[in-house]
Design a protein around this ligand. Structure first.
Ligand SMILES: [Cu+2]
Length: 110
């Protein structure tokens, strides 16, 4: 009986690639957990509170398949604009909604 244990252990280890690879391209995992690893880097270029818009010079946005550039975003909640000012380095999350890009979360980068 005992000689079977190592084989079963090996099978168990090899059978769990989903949990063994934190870098796996698993979207459901990072949507479920509101972690910040998925956030893009940016620098605030302009804040337009009246229009609810934000201009960011941003790095790659992986969830949108977008390379780095400077562009205007809408914001999901105008209160997000109170958290940042021109020149701030930020981490943010953006989503595409009805043909425009919307910042859904933003925070100052440390
Ligand atoms: Cu862009």
């Amino acid at each position: 009986m005992n000689h079977l244990a190592p084989a079963l252990l090996a099978a168990a280890l090899l059978g769990g690639p989903a949990v063994a690879q934190p870098k796996a391209d698993d979207h459901s995992a990072h949507h479920a957990a509101a972690d910040t690893s998925d956030m893009a880097d940016g620098e605030v270029r302009k804040v337009d509170k009246d229009a609810g818009k934000l201009t960011l010079k941003h790095g790659e946005i992986r969830n949108l398949d977008m390379p780095g550039m400077t562009m205007v975003f809408q914001v999901k909640d105008p209160a997000l604009l109170d958290k940042v000012k021109v020149g701030d380095k930020v981490k943010f999350r953006a989503e595409k909604s009805a043909g425009s890009y919307v910042v859904t979360a933003i925070e100052a980068a440390k």
